[in-house]
Design a protein around this ligand. Structure first.
Ligand SMILES: Cc1cc2nc3c(=O)[nH]c(=O)nc-3n(C[C@H](O)[C@H](O)[C@H](O)COP(=O)(O)OP(=O)(O)OC[C@H]3O[C@@H](n4cnc5c(N)ncnc54)[C@H](O)[C@@H]3O)c2cc1C
Length: 446
């Protein structure tokens, strides 16, 4: 098996884009696709433009955890709604999203981990989430045969899994059946601004007139917004992942300790990854946003391994252009699918650790490896907001946990754009928090 989504995958949504729409969405990841789905439910004409392939970037490359556990208290109600929405989507779309309520578990190898879990439970008390602490014996009962030495765990029975590279393209197909137009190989180049407000988008395939535009460009959002004078302190880190071939089912859910994460896949293998370890390439934005990211750097939750230069064409590579015109090729077309090479040395360790954790499983055949660039904001929670430019909205910076919550933010953005009450307090997700003197609070690492 090779990684299923890339430029080798035939274009499924060829376009051309229509001349006008009610809303243009930039980016066909889970956020763009889900926002379009809920806009179509309201009878609005949504067009999603995607520079490469639907779910070509983070939305296919993730672990597939649909996780309430460990969420920021402001995200949790949205995630709990998303949990319900995933079930509705499975029922309404008649597509197999690989959705399974399997429960997810954090494994504690030290007492300090248990203290952290307990603090998180305290912070979300009253939310109604069914997360609970487990003793070491309860963990062993939940994962029989697993030889990771634990002192306990945090478990959420209602957490789920889905198959990212299956689910997001399937949701995109379902959206088109509802009237959404998706156009692949179609980069948004610049906004069409008239009299100080959004009037549409110039794409590589021509102009789309629209009074509303949503930027849902994942790791590229900051680059696109900056071209229009909108500042967003967003950086990206590389995260490597591996899929084993089919092996007997030892455990149907997903679990992670502080070193190894694993979850069962529908095709009979396991998805494995280092739990919280990333590579960070230093580029111009790293300097530009250094101040905003200092508290996060002090905590060192990401970027433990620093690298000097991002590969050519990455959003924050030294050579990536920061400015362009509507009639010239942009960095988005130059990198249709951001496909970083995985860290094979680290993945070999991960594979060994998985084999030690589950000695009864035997060797897994033909592992496949890939990596994704996770878009990160200084406080590790997203932006979901109207932008300073009238007619522009932003939903991005999902900070490594946007797959599970995607339907929730999609529903919210559709309501915001339609001028309706989003139904949640979005104060924590304001764009202005980065510029109005707000003291940033980093989200939890439960
Ligand atoms: C290794 C890894 C593991 C993860 N594990 C989990 C997990 O288990 N659970 C979880 O909830 N989350 C997880 N995440 C995070 C999750 O995958 C992301 O938060 C989520 O997919 C982000 O969705 P998005 O739509 O914002 O961005 P993306 O999926 O990155 O989509 C953005 C799209 O916009 C397109 N685009 C950008 N600029 C333009 C332009 N100018 N014109 C047209 N198109 C453009 C891009 O090509 C891209 O397809 C993980 C991420 C990674 C990388």
């Amino acid at each position: 098996m090779t990684f299923p989504i890339g430029l080798h995958r035939p274009v499924e949504h060829p376009g051309p884009p229509p001349a006008s729409a009610d809303v243009v969405i930039i980016g066909a990841g889970i956020i763009g696709v889900m926002t379009a789905w809920y806009l179509a439910e309201k009878g609005l004409r949504a067009v999603v433009v995607e520079k490469g392939r639907v779910a070509g970037e983070q939305s296919s490359r993730n672990w597939g955890w649909i996780r309430q556990m460990g969420r920021d208290p402001a995200e949790l109600p949205i995630m709990m709604e998303a949990n319900r929405l995933w079930r509705d989507l499975q029922a309404e779309t008649a597509e197999d999203l690989g959705l399974v309520q399997c429960g997810l578990t954090y494994l504690a190898r030290r007492r300090g981990d248990m203290d952290r879990f307990a603090r998180w439970l305290e912070a979300v008390a009253g939310s109604g989430v069914d997360s609970r602490l487990l003793t070491a014996e309860q963990v062993r009962g939940l994962l029989p045969g697993c030889e990771i030495p634990v002192v306990g765990g945090l478990h959420t029975a209602s957490d789920m899994r889905a198959e990212p590279w299956v689910a997001v393209p399937a949701l995109a197909r379902a959206a088109t059946a509802r009237g959404v137009v998706i156009v692949e190989n179609c980069a948004a180049r610049v906004l069409d601004l008239q009299a100080g407000r959004v009037a549409g988008v110039w794409t590589e395939s021509g102009h789309i007139a629209a009074p509303e535009v949503l930027v849902a460009g994942g790791a590229w959002s900051s680059l696109f917004l900056r071209r229009h004078g909108v500042g967003l302190p967003q950086l990206s880190v590389r995260s490597s992942v591996m899929a084993t071939g089919p092996v007997p089912e030892a455990f149907a859910g997903g679990a992670a300790d502080d070193d190894l994460a694993f979850r069962r896949r529908q095709d009979g293998g396991y998805t494995l990854a280092p739990s919280d370890e990333h590579d960070f390439w230093i580029g111009p934005d790293a300097f530009r946003h250094l101040r905003a990211f200092l508290p996060q750097l002090r905590m060192a939750p990401f970027g433990r391994r620093y690298r000097a230069m991002a590969p050519k064409g990455f959003p924050d590579a030294w050579g990536t252009r920061r400015s362009w015109r509507a009639d010239e090729e942009t960095p988005f077309e130059a990198m249709r699918v951001l496909n970083p090479a995985p860290d094979m040395r680290r993945l070999a360790q991960v594979q060994r650790r998985f084999a030690q954790a589950w000695p009864g499983l035997g060797p897994a055949s033909s592992p496949v490896a890939w990596a994704g660039m996770i878009d990160v904001l200084p406080d590790e929670v997203p932006v979901a907001d109207r932008a300073p430019l009238p007619g522009l909205s932003i939903c991005t910076g999902m900070c490594g946990h946007g797959f599970g919550i995607g339907p929730g933010f999609g529903r919210i953005m559709a309501d915001l754009i339609a001028g309706r009450d989003p139904g949640h307090d979005l104060g924590r997700f304001r764009l202005a928090r980065f510029s109005d003197g707000t003291r940033l609070q980093i989200g939890p690492h439960a």
